[in-house]
Design a protein around this ligand. Structure first.
Ligand SMILES: CC(C)(COP(=O)(O)OP(=O)(O)OC[C@H]1O[C@@H](n2cnc3c(N)ncnc32)[C@H](O)[C@@H]1OP(=O)(O)O)[C@@H](O)C(=O)NCCC(=O)NCCS
Length: 145
């Protein structure tokens, strides 16, 4: 299966964000102020011409001392999971963040996705915490250098 990852407009990410991550919200309610910042990048993963995964990288320094990007809205279509979509999106984000002068990517990783992130080199760097909307999470981070 050939996966193509390219930058997309935020509007392209909304349907998958909604279906996978926020099924109780409407897609138009999943646009956030950080989505349109000039340092934000949205990526879409395509199989043939079908959009099957999305991820957004938002500049946000967790430590306050270096430039870092936060991964948000990471979602793969259920029928395409386990076939490298998530990995391809993270690889694209790493290249983008490194090229933008960032030294790390971090996220609030759902407990259910912890092993996915660990396989891609992220480490847990917080206690487990509960988001009232989306459940149990860890802060997870991957340094680039
Ligand atoms: C998490 C998610 C994005 C992973 O996408 P994916 O396309 O299935 O991931 P990949 O196929 O690239 O997986 C990369 C590796 O992680 C593993 N993996 C993927 N999801 C996993 C999970 N939930 N638990 C354990 N391992 C997982 C894969 O088996 C693969 O391992 P391998 O390299 O040994 O073959 C996808 O499952 C998803 O959209 N989940 C629902 C939304 C979600 O939880 N998003 C993250 C919110 S923080």
């Amino acid at each position: 299966m050939s996966i193509r990852v390219v930058r997309v407009a935020v509007e392209r990410t909304l349907a998958l964000r909604q279906a996978v991550l926020r099924p109780l919200l409407r897609p138009e309610n999943l646009l956030h102020p950080w989505d349109s910042l000039p340092t934000t990048a949205h990526f879409g993963a395509f199989v043939e011409n079908e959009l099957v995964g999305v991820a957004t990288f938002v500049e946000s320094s967790r430590t306050g001392s270096v430039r870092e990007w936060r991964l948000r809205g990471m979602a793969a279509a259920p029928e395409f999971r386990g076939r490298g979509i998530g990995r391809a999106l993270i690889d694209a984000g790493r290249a983008f963040v490194a090229g933008s002068g960032g030294s790390a990517i971090w996220c609030h990783g759902r407990e259910s996705a912890r092993q996915f992130y660990e396989k891609l080199g992220f480490v847990v760097c917080s206690d487990r915490f509960e988001d009232p909307v989306s459940g149990l999470h860890f802060v997870m981070e991957s340094t680039l250098f």
